[in-house]
Design a binder for this molecule. Structure first.
Ligand code: CA
Length: 490
């Protein structure tokens, strides 16, 4: 008992030094491409080691598995209906004002107020493009994607090295902190490698160029790969998979990969090797950042999170990439490390949702009192550090289709939000109800314990279970998140 008392006293004393935060999230990396999970033949030695030092939540999801909705939930701690980012920020959806609101109180705003230096490196994807459009490749199609984020919309990040959306991984473009809208620059380097270089510069902070050395820091590194295009990566990573044809063939034989007569079957076969290689590249760059954290003496007092904004089907189940409730799209990596504070372990009990990150992280860092009432996620800080928590019984799934939002025949935004996909994921089941604006409602129910590949839709066979999950799990989420979407069994 005495020893316990001393340990507690020790941890209280340490609390006076607020921890740093390093939040790294590549785009479109499904949970099954973490090597240590042994689900796909992917090489992630740095993530494997990192995972052995941290808490791995195997049941984390992206509640709205697509770019901007994830990012807005992560930043605001609120679900899409509340934060307004119900779909991607694009020029076409600009009239609906879909972007991260300037007055949204993000976790980064709170840390700024509490004396932190904040840095953001990489993809942002939270501002819609406006005229005159930035002259760059992602803005030359009918829909424009890329935009500059003005300083007043950066939510406390005082170091900025970012872009909104730009998918040329071998020649990415960035705006630096003081660059004006027309002053972006291109870099001849693979995006994740360049961003790791910048993260290392930020950590080294020579001559105080990047941040205030007397303040704790929070750094976000948002890498674009393994997002498509899958052919833009250094060849060295692809070569690492040259001897793995047999293992890759085994993956291709998985029941959810369509056969070669199907376009998505061809798509999967064409890209899987490169995608795994991209994950290996991301892993290597993440490893470099972790090494820097150690070399500069920050390892012990820095909370490190590794996650992703959503996964990637890569053609599995006939789906191109994301915006669907299959595990490939929905289930994301989530690993958090804080030496001596968070006990390394794997946990499948906590059904983590994206809005839970904000309160959990601020609570861990000692700012529980600063969490705004408007935040809809729950803090699991106590659970992360080994204590108890009331665990959620399900996670919300939310998708509104971009094209439906654009269709004037479907009425006002409010009416459009009464259609499309809602669902829940429990430890055992995934339920998704697709209320089509101009067609019959489709219902999908999978028992992931009995049917891990989600091949067998049980909705017709088990209507009572569908109704029970709707009433007991989905409806409370809809009410909690201010979502007026409803369904009734006919
Ligand atoms: Ca994304």
């Amino acid at each position: 008992m005495v020893i316990v008392g001393i340990l507690l006293l020790g941890s209280c004393t340490n609390k006076s030094t607020p921890p740093n935060l390093l939040f790294v999230f590549p785009d479109q990396m499904r949970a099954s491409t973490l090597g240590f999970m042994e689900k796909e033949p992917v090489m992630t030695p740095h993530l494997d080691r990192f995972a052995s030092e941290g808490l791995v939540l195997t049941n984390a999801v992206s509640n709205a598995p697509v770019c901007s909705p994830y990012r807005a939930m992560m930043m605001s701690g609120r679900y899409p209906i509340s934060n307004g980012v119900v779909s991607n920020t694009t020029s076409k959806l600009a009239p609906l004002d879909i972007q991260l609101r300037k007055d949204e109180v993000c976790w980064s705003d709170i840390l700024k107020e509490n004396g932190y230096s904040l840095g953001y490196i990489g993809k942002w994807h939270l501002d819609y493009p406006h005229e005159p459009y930035i002259d760059c490749a992602n803005n030359r199609g009918e829909t424009k994607w890329n935009e500059w984020c003005p300083p007043e919309r950066r939510h406390g990040f005082d170091f900025w090295y970012s872009y909104d959306t730009y998918d040329y991984h071998m020649k990415p473009l960035y705006w630096s902190t003081d660059a004006k809208r027309e002053e972006f620059h291109y870099v001849d380097q693979w995006g994740p490698e360049h961003e790791a270089d910048m993260a290392l510069n930020y950590l080294a902070n020579e001559n105080g160029e990047y941040r205030d050395n007397d303040k704790p820091f929070a750094l976000v590194v948002s890498m674009n790969p393994p997002h498509m295009p899958y052919n833009q990566l250094p060849d060295k990573y692809v070569r690492m998979y040259d001897d793995m044809d047999e293992q890759i063939q085994e993956l291709i034989n998985s029941p959810s990969v369509p056969d070669t007569s199907d376009r998505w079957g061809k798509y999967y076969r064409k890209h899987i090797k490169n995608q795994l290689a991209m994950v290996t590249g991301v892993d290597e760059q993440f490893g470099r950042i972790l090494q820097g954290l150690k070399d500069f003496g920050y390892e012990k007092n820095t909370i490190v999170v590794f996650t992703s904004d959503h996964g990637d089907n890569l053609g599995k189940h006939g789906k191109i990439s994301k915006t669907n409730p299959y595990e490939e799209s929905f289930n994301i990596p989530f690993i958090i490390r804080w030496p001596d504070k968070i006990k390394p372990r794997h946990d499948s009990k906590l059904l983590l949702s994206v809005p839970d990150l904000y309160p959990s992280l601020l609570d861990l860092m000692g700012f529980s009192k600063e969490i705004p009432d408007a935040v809809e996620g729950s803090s699991f800080a106590n659970y992360f550090t080994g204590g108890d928590a009331e665990l959620p019984t399900s996670q919300l799934y939310f998708i509104v289709r971009h094209n439906n939002l654009l269709n004037p025949e479907f009425g006002s935004l409010k009416q459009k939000l009464s259609f499309d996909e809602r669902g829940i994921r429990t430890e055992q089941y995934t339920l998704m109800i697709d209320r089509k604006a101009n067609g019959p409602t489709d219902i999908y129910l999978w028992d992931r314990k009995a049917d891990p590949y989600q091949m067998n839709n049980l909705a017709k066979e088990k209507p009572e279970l569908v109704e029970k999950l709707y009433k007991k799990e989905l409806l409370p989420w809809l009410i909690k998140t201010g979502d007026e979407w409803r369904w009734e069994r006919k």
